[in-house]
Design a protein around this ligand. Sequence first.
Ligand code: MGD
Ligand code: MGD
Ligand code: SF4
Ligand code: MO
Length: 819
Amino acid sequence: MKREDGNIGLESKDESILKREFPRRTFLKGSAAAVVVAGASTAVSGGIMTALTPNTANAATSVDEHTAQTVCQVNGCNGCSLEVLVRDGNVVRTKARNIPREGDLNRICARGASWAHQVVSPKRIKYPMKRAGERGEDKWEQITWDEAIATICAKIKEYQAKYGKNSVACMDDGTMMYNVRWSYTRLKNIAELCHVNKTTDMAYAQSAFLNVSEYFFMGANHYENVLRNLKTFIAWGSNVIEAWPQTWKFIADAIEHNGAKLVVVDPNYNTMASKATLHVRVRPGTDGALAMAMIRYLDEQKQTADSYLQERTVAPFLVKGDGRFMRKSDLQTLADPKMDDYVVWDRKTNAYGFASEVKDPEIRKGTFEVGGHKVMTAYDKLLERVAPFTLKQAAEICDVPEATIKEFAELLATNGPAEVLEGFSVDHYVNGYGSLTAVNSLRMVTGMIGMPIISLYPTADGFSAAEANYPKMSGQIAPFMFKDLLETGKYEMPGKTLEQQLKAWLIFGGNPVAQQPDHNYMVECIKKFDFVAAANVEFCESTKYADILLPVCTSLELSDIAVASSCLMYAEQVITPRFESKPDFEICKLIAQELGLGEWFNFDFDHVLSAIIDTPQLKGQGLTLERLKQEKTIALATPTLKQAATATGRLQFYLETYVPFAYFGQTFDMEKIRLPYWEPPNEAWPVTAGGYEKNPLADKYPLYYYTGPRRFRVHTSMGNVPMLRELEGTEPLVRMNPEDAAKRGIKEGDHVRIFNDRGHVVAKAVFSAGVRPGMVDMDRGWQENQTISGHYNDLTSMTRDWATANNAFYDALCEVEKA
Ligand SMILES: Nc1nc2c(c(=O)[nH]1)N[C@H]1C(S)=C(S)[C@@H](COP(=O)(O)OP(=O)(O)OC[C@H]3O[C@@H](n4cnc5c(=O)[nH]c(N)nc54)[C@H](O)[C@@H]3O)O[C@H]1N2
Ligand SMILES: Nc1nc2c(c(=O)[nH]1)N[C@H]1C(S)=C(S)[C@@H](COP(=O)(O)OP(=O)(O)OC[C@H]3O[C@@H](n4cnc5c(=O)[nH]c(N)nc54)[C@H](O)[C@@H]3O)O[C@H]1N2
Ligand code: SF4
Ligand SMILES: [Mo]
């Protein structure tokens, strides 16, 4: 059958990329956007962009024009509030929406200003479709919603009956929208599907929650009060200006109004570093060594925040030989078994006492005995762990002068309040978890972390508190297990062998084929599934291999609840769903009904929104859906807690117990991960330093392969917006240090082949002296069809550590040659 107009898939190659032309206005052809033409220029984002005006708008015609309030909800961005100008049912312009806090100038970025284009993207999936050619040929035939849902459900029933419930795997990433998360969580549970964990950003999430119980700079509801009062701000492996523009405005305020100092820990001289008081230009993957050396140095200098360590952290807790904290119950029978307490050493009485009572507990006392147990304080355990990291050792490992490390440490000790925004780059190495816990420990040792604040998050767990007895997902797997499971029905990991017949993959959001490491592996795997269905807003590399495609609404076509700019927001539906697209909630409901599980979705969309804010904290603030719909934006008072929400109620640089967030039953080295640690990256270690031998692979592949975020796209999202491509350029770029390029006979503008044993990608070389010599900075998020040859994730690796099972995107080496 002839392909439907507009249902063009990703196409084999994007012609405009190959010809290196701007994809100018092609989006207007043959889509609902035919009603819009380039028109009057409006002051959007400094006037660089041209706003759109419907051609129906002229003085003589009356038009229906109104504004709507919503939130830009992009995968991985915190969410910015938007005001949308709607004319005759079309999105004409998005701009920053006013938020009710004095003196706050709300802002959005160019991507947030591009929604008028996004909703009419030529790559949108318009109708339910079935595969018309071979798997991966990207040829499609329009079908009805009924046929699409019936096909998917027949497959689910067939495989689950034949091969077990967990033979059908489901992934639902790609957006931060609460209603989407809520709906799929419910569906995965009631249909007993197997959850696919994308195992990305895990080291970051895990260290944040276990060490300090809060993300701090990702919740968006308490940036302002923390950031505006800072004297020192540390961007540690994060390019905040590019990645979190909403956070940057508060940092900029602190610099401009408070004279705050900015420290940037980054191998590259980036946009942040250009604003820094101190740029600590670390060797990639060595952050843990740096943080541990600073802890050691500050302790030696007696510049640690001792009373803070005593009161707020686990520092004084006594650790027994088995690694557990000593408790009252280790020493005496408890009158009330629930009233156990941690044992500490009282400096005043020189005897043991209990954490809740002793005012001045010892934190440094070496090894001693209590009640027949050999014990040490948790702080002494930390000192023992950081002992090898002298300034000299760290200087060698990190390639940072000793004087710079000292200057950095002293700034933290003397120029508070200080805080760190930890970046995801540190997370993206195999040793990421150890390094991030080291940075968190440094925050504790210098007393940086303020009183804990409850993040007033809505819930997205798919069930209300009243619903206790519901079916549960049939397990959890991750893409790195796919190959073995598909080929052998088994996956072996330390301590466990998973046995599972994997047959179907429902990709209900996310673009894992492009975004998981080792792209060639992912392509090989997706072809091996018996059945793939995808629900997505637009065609992407992952929809390409599907058998059935479901068209999903953009966030402007449905309502949601969001947290942005320290406020709870009602993101109202701005326009009606385009084409035949449906909200993810409707898709879940249709599938549930067809599977005979309709009673679990026997409600309308407002029920979902009400359930999302049905949390004790939000209810405590008198929040109802009705109120939110009326007021639209509610500034929330963020309550302060007396205790951290960790297992011990204190900030923890030492962990007694640990269960990975991505837990598949694997075993891991508990002794290592109790405390911060540093070891060289797995692959990205092309030097011998600090006594650590270089990876011999570096003889072949001497360069670090780094794939950073780009201002005009979020991963692959927004990669098809013509306006953004005009701003960004027409093809993927790789930034190189001119010295590295000269050594390889590469001139600026040359097309180069970046490669290693796993694969290659071709990109245009641009030079920047800001790129650390020995590193390449490759664009992230350009899909296969937008790349001349290869894929930027062809070079990344599936290798990971078992404590987090986290993807380590930056832990890779490469070589570059003229293409
Ligand atoms: N080499 C390399 N690879 C990386 C990274 C890196 O730094 N380097 N970064 C990694 C990181 S940190 C992350 S978080 C991941 C991100 O990886 P992904 O989560 O796969 O992110 P995107 O590429 O943005 O893909 C999001 C997809 O979801 C779709 N989508 C958007 N909204 C909705 C919706 O409401 N419903 C449905 N059903 N679909 C929707 C979009 O159209 C898009 O196809 O990438 C990782 N990959
Ligand atoms: N524009 C845009 N914004 C985004 C995204 C996007 O794709 N585009 N993605 C979103 C998502 S899901 C995420 S996870 C975040 C990620 O955003 P960030 O938290 O900022 O993290 P990264 O992008 O991984 O890396 C940022 C910086 O880390 C440096 N770096 C590389 N290796 C190392 C290292 O070993 N140590 C140190 N200290 N620095 C290193 C790089 O030079 C770079 O300047 O951004 C979010 N925001
Ligand atoms: S920073 Fe992210 S959430 Fe905010 S406007 Fe830009 S793309 Fe949207
Ligand atoms: Mo991410």
